[in-house]
Every structure is written in C-alpha cells, then in structure tokens.
Write a protein that binds this ligand. Structure first.
Ligand code: AMP
Ligand code: ZN
Length: 494
C-alpha cells in the first residue's frame, strides 16, 4: 500500500499525500546530535519521533526499501571547548594532541548516545556518518558554490572565511518564510563588515592553532585561496545527505529519481532547526546542485519542556536521557526506556510536550496493562496504521494499541495482533527474564504467604502479596484438583 500516508510539510505548511520519488528507495535524513555532552531528553524527541516514521516507512514500502541517514556532528566550537576543559593540561604538556582530545570527547559521547537511544527502543539508522569523515565532500560543495557565484571569500576578525551569498539565491527563506529584505531592515546587530549581506553565513572558516582544522584549497575569481580551517555549521548536512541519499545510491534509483538528481524524500529535525540550519542547508544544496528542492517534505518536531518550564541548566530542570534511565534525579527514581518512549509518543510530534513525572507515571500504568508475547507473522492492526499514516498520529495510535492490549488480555488468541501493532510504535513488552535467585526468593515468599493464610494471618498474607506486586510479581490463587488445597502460582508482569 503505497498510498495513504499523509505528512505535514513545513515547506508548504500543509498536510500532503506522501509520494516517494522512488518507492523502491525511500530516502530520509534527520539532523543528529552534536556530541559534546550527554544527550538531554529534548534531544531524544526527534530520535524517537523519526524512529516511528522509519518503522512506518519500512512497513509501508518494505524493510529494505528505506534508507535512513542521521548524522553525528563532531566538529563544533562547543566540542573544542569541552576538549580544552577536560584535557587542557595534557594538551599543554604535549602528551595529547588537540585532535586526540576531541576524539576522546566525541567518542565517549557518541557511544553514550548510542546506548541511550537503544534503550529508548530506537532502531539504528542505515547510515550514521560523522561530519569529520566527510570533510572532502563539504569542500567539493563549497567550491561548486564559489564557482557558481553563490559564495565568496572574505576576511573577518578571525581570519579568512568562505561565506554563502544569500542575495545570490532568489528564493532564500523558502522554508522559514523569512524575507531577506526584512532581515536587513530589522538587523539590530552590527553587520560584520566583511559580509556582503547580514544574513550571509559561513561555509568554511580559518582555524587558529587551538582549533581543529583541515587543509582546503579553494579558488575564487581566478585566485587560489588555501585556508586551513573547519566547516561552518550547515554544510555538513548538505554534504552527508547528498553522499548517502544520492551519490552512493544513484545507480540503483528509478529513472524518475535519476531525473531529479540530488533530491531526496524527507528531511527532519526539531523545530528550532528551521531557521537558520535547515534554511541554510536548502540554500547550499539547491544552489550547488541547481535544484528547486533539497528534500520534498520537511518535518519538524515540537519542543519539549520539563514540568511546564523551558528546560535549561539555569532553571535547574535540565535532565539527560541517561539521568532518567540510570539515576534517581527525576521524580526520585529510575525510569525504564519504554516508559520514556511511550510518554513521548502520548503527544503528537508537532505539539509542544510537557515532560513530567505525572506523564511518566501515566505511561507506566498503561504499559503495565500491556501483555508480552510474540507477533509471529501477524501484520499490525488497521486502526494503528490508520492513525500513524495520518501525519504520525501517535496519540490515537497509542489508544488503538491499548484497545488491542485489552482485547488480547481477554482473549489470548489476539495477542499476536497486539504485539505486531505495538511494534510499529517501537514498544515491545517483553516477559521479564527471571533469574534462579529471584525465582527462589519469590517462591519462598509465596510459601510463607500460604502458611500465613493457613494460620489465618490475613494481614501478613496481604502484605506479602502487595510487596510482590510492587516488584511486578502477580500471584494467582487456585485449588489443587485432587486435594482441594490452595495452590498459588506467580508470574512477572513487568
Ligand atoms: P542539538 O544537538 O542541539 O543540535 O539537537 C539535536 C536535535 O534535538 C535537533 O533535532 C534539535 O532540534 C532537537 N532538540 C533540541 N532540544 C530540544 C527540545 N527541548 N525539544 C525537542 N527537540 C529538541
Ligand atoms: Zn542538519
């Protein structure tokens, strides 16, 4: 079923019927994290939202028909600052180079990010390129922009720069609907004098000794400009999306897709990226490749607040994914990954979301009622598909999955349908593994409760039952058919 999927397109500000350029090669790019510190729970939102989209696209078009790229930004001034903070002494005494210090910061942060988002139930993207592994590709695009009159070389206070010339693009501002004239008229900040236009942005800038850099040999207006430097913020996504969604797969694309070179289907990220990041990605890619569109559909998730307030370090409500999973910082307890994930999906991705203990408890209560099982080769239920294909309406989808859970609880033959449907949301209730030690400890308490019941110490028997329930262990009382005596079985609910 290729039809039926509707997505809200920020570019046109309306919900559109999604039609991939090539339905055998559906192409999705999402801006990933800047790896200088632990990812916060706001950063988890695009990762989870676009993971649901990825699962849905795989279901609709086929698991091997979707290419999902999410980059890792590992060149950024925040990363330099962190490397100098953490390894400044070693850099100073020569036992570590700046590049080694940067690799240490980004390597550690990246593996933490991978661990965190795996716990949130997110599939790995098809490609997860690092910016620093794509510097030559960025240099090629920048040179094209220089050759085509969309960029220029200038000298600013921090050295030589290659800048994008916003005035050279007739429809600059198409995504954010900002007009260049308004920006000029409204510019409060003093125009940096080396810029032809205040909205012009950096493609490449010269690096000082304390900054990471790569050699680049540009030519502009017949002159050579060797600039040992580093890329600006936006160019990496133009380079990496083109490498993995066009350059490396173009040979296998359909004739229709080949007739739209460099364009791909969906580009996503958080709302804050519309301007300037995505606007500038569009400017770079459309101008370098002489295209009207970089991606057909642009999707943006809304922002996450914590307990009704903007999350920030100064507010003291800043919380990382890892703190939620592994510490008691939020609500005095740890939270399982699937609870965080479900809580996130209980709000539509375009709405702002208020992350609160109450919401997490609500998600946990819901999950506690969802049975574990296998999907076999069952397909997801139409009710869930219908909700998700309507611009990822996860709110209705969660309700539909819950109704399927209730049906499965009443009739075990409906369990596979529920499991297959929940899997589309990336939530897979699992039967907890019970270790021998836990098993023995539970059995001892179950036996003790039976003794209490026999001696009519009902209060103590109930206390034991409640204590076990709190640990997710549910008791079932029955009668032995032959002796008529009470027997108690137990299972781990979650
Ligand atoms: P960054 O590492 O800051 O570039 O952010 C990575 C991703 O997280 C981007 O798609 C951002 O738009 C998104 N993001 C950052 N903060 C929040 C937030 N509070 N709520 C939702 N998304 C966010
Ligand atoms: Zn990007």
């Amino acid at each position: 079923m290729a039809g039926g999927l509707k997505l809200y397109n920020t570019l046109t500000r309306d919900k559109v019927d999604f039609e991939p350029i090539d339905d055998q090669n559906v192409r999705l790019y999402v801006c990933g994290p800047t790896v200088y510190d632990f990812a916060h729970i706001g950063n988890a939102r695009p990762v989870i939202v676009f993971d649901v989209l990825y699962r849905l696209l795989r279901h609709v078009y086929g698991a091997d028909k979707v290419t999902y790229v999410r980059n890792i930004t590992d060149v950024d001034d925040k990363i330099n600052a962190r490397a100098l903070r953490d390894f400044g002494d070693r850099i100073a005494d020569g036992s570590m180079s700046l590049n080694e210090a940067i690799r240490a910061v980004t390597g550690k942060t990246e593996s933490q990010f991978h661990e965190d988002v795996a716990t949130l139930g997110c599939l790995k993207p098809t490609h997860e390129p690092r910016a620093t592994d794509n510097i030559p590709q960025m240099i090629v695009i920048i040179q094209r922009l220089l050759d085509m009159g969309h960029a220029y070389v200038a000298s600013g206070s921090e050295g030589h720069e290659v800048l994008f010339s916003t005035a050279s693009m007739a429809d600059y501002g198409m995504l954010s609907k900002r007009r260049l004239e308004d920006q000029q008229a409204g510019a409060r900040v003093a125009v940096e004098s080396h810029k032809m236009n205040p909205a012009d942005f950096v493609l490449w800038k010269q690096s000082a000794d304390t900054e990471p850099g790569w050699p680049a040999h540009f030519s502009f207006e017949g002159k050579a400009h060797p600039i040992f430097g580093r890329p600006g913020w936006h160019i990496e996504c133009s380079a990496m999306s083109d490498r993995y969604l066009w350059e490396e797969i173009k040979d296998r694309l359909s004739p229709k897709a080949k007739a739209k070179p460099h364009q791909f289907d969906i580009h996503g990220g958080g709302l804050d990226l519309i301007f300037p990041h995505h606007e500038n990605e569009i400017a770079q890619s459309c101008c370098a490749f002489d295209n009207d569109l970089m991606a057909t559909v642009w999707m943006h998730n809304g922002f996450l607040q914590v307990e009704g307030r903007k999350m920030s370090k100064s507010e003291g409500n800043f919380v990382t994914i890892n703190e939620l999973l592994a510490t008691e910082k939020f609500g005095g307890r740890q939270w399982p990954g699937e609870v965080l994930r479900l809580a996130m999906l209980m709000t539509h991705y375009r709405e702002p979301i208020d992350f609160s203990v109450k919401r997490l408890e609500e998600a946990e209560r819901l999950l506690a009622k969802w049975p574990a099982g296998d999907a076999g080769d069952m397909a997801p239920d139409a009710s869930v598909l219908e909700a998700l294909t309507d611009d990822l309406n996860t709110v209705t989808a969660v309700q539909a999955v819950h109704a399927l859970a209730q049906a499965a609880n009443a009739d075990p033959s409906k369990l596979p349908l529920f499991v297959a449907s929940a899997a589309l949301l990336g939530v897979a209730p699992k039967k907890a593994e019970v270790s021998d030690d836990l098993s023995a400890a539970v059995q001892a308490l179950v036996d003790l409760r039976l003794e209490m019941l026999k001696s009519k110490n009902f209060a103590e028997a109930d206390r034991i039952r409640d204590e076990l329930a709190e640990k997710g262990i549910q008791l079932k009382d029955g009668k032995d058919k032959e002796t008529g005596e009470r027997v108690t079985t137990w299972e781990v609910k979650r």
